[in-house]
Design a protein around this ligand. Structure first.
Ligand code: EPU
Length: 292
């Protein structure tokens, strides 16, 4: 039996991943699937597990760089409505792992629920946000999350409580294969004031980050008590280029890709920045961007 027999409707081979990522770079996935239901997802994950095929979960592709040679194994994208629902019940919002974080944020705000509004403008899915505990200076998604439903690599559905998830700065203990949904408990507030707060955050973000360019989110994590962007800027690296990749002039912790850029250009620029910040500023930067 081949890996995809019985899954011909949802599995594609050699799917170009560039069009699924914000960088718009990188090679194909050996196998790529968009399951339409939890049953289909579970069956596919179990098959991959039995056949020892590695599986990766793709969110909105805003925090990954796919290598030019592509990705072996299965890439699963939870884009079907079955994984993207958003429900509000009292002060609790439950959002599917494939739902856009931005939609969860605005839904909460419009219903007068406070907490997530500072996350406005952060790209990606709810699952991706939880996996990396996405946040800003003011807040992160983990602090509002009371529970997550996950799918393990062997195809079991489990609940994880906030304690188990152990959220930290841009990290969680959520290393299960897929995040199916997240439940956040929020605080009641005036929807108009909340909307104004959200708009203010949006304006600040738009002014300080290269949104709308061919770029992902921040490339490096902030070292404790410092800003990676400020360190890269102070090292004089804004505008530094390798091939079609350049350190953003607007915010130095972003790399923007020109149309002729390759993933290799971005990888070489990352190493150059890391080396220069080490030599000139004495700080070792850690990647926030995931390299596939
Ligand atoms: N700065 C510079 N030069 C730059 C960039 C920043 O001097 O090129 C200075 C700023 O002037 C400011 C300080 O560095 O004094 C901090 O900058 P900013 O407010 O932009 O915040 P950040 O620490 O660089 C963090 C998150 C962002 C998040 C913003 C806003 C990380 C790695 N970055 O950036 O998150 O949007 O705060 O809250 O934690 C992400 O994680 O992908 C991301 C973009």
């Amino acid at each position: 039996m081949s890996l995809i027999s019985g899954f011909e409707q949802i599995v594609r081979t050699g799917e170009p991943l560039a069009m699924h990522t914000w960088f718009q770079l990188g090679g194909p996935a050996e196998y790529y699937a968009e399951p339409e239901s939890l049953d289909e997802l579970t069956a596919l994950v179990r098959r991959c597990h039995e056949e020892s095929v590695p599986v990766r979960l793709l969110g909105q592709g805003s925090n990954i760089l796919v290598r030019d040679e592509g990705v072996p194994g299965m890439v699963i994208h939870l884009s079907s409505p079955a994984f993207c629902g958003i429900r509000i019940d009292g002060r609790t919002i439950t959002a599917g792992g494939g739902a856009l974080l931005g939609r969860a944020v605005t839904t909460a705000v419009h219903r007068g629920l406070a907490g997530l509004e500072t996350l406005v403008g952060i790209p990606g899915t709810v699952g991706g946000a939880l996996h990396g505990n996405a946040g800003t200076h003011g807040a992160n998604i983990g602090q509002w999350t009371i529970q997550a439903t996950v799918l393990t690599a062997s195809g079991e559905v489990c609940q994880r409580s906030n304690d188990e998830l152990a959220f930290g700065y841009r990290q969680s203990r959520l290393d299960d294969l897929a995040i199916l949904d997240a439940r956040c408990e929020l605080e009641e507030d005036d929807p108009r004031q909340l909307s104004q707060r959200m708009q203010k955050q949006w304006i600040v973000r738009k002014a300080s980050q290269p949104m709308g360019h061919q770029a992902a989110g921040c490339v490096f994590k902030n070292p404790r008590g410092q800003s990676a962007g400020e360190l890269i800027d102070k090292a004089g690296l804004k505008g530094t280029r390798i091939g079609g990749a350049a350190v953003s002039d607007r915010h130095a912790n972003f790399i923007v890709a020109e149309p002729e850029c390759t993933s290799q250009d971005v990888l070489r620029l990352i190493e150059l920045v890391r080396g220069q910040v080490r030599d000139r500023m004495g700080v070792e930067l850690e990647l926030e961007l995931e390299i596939w």
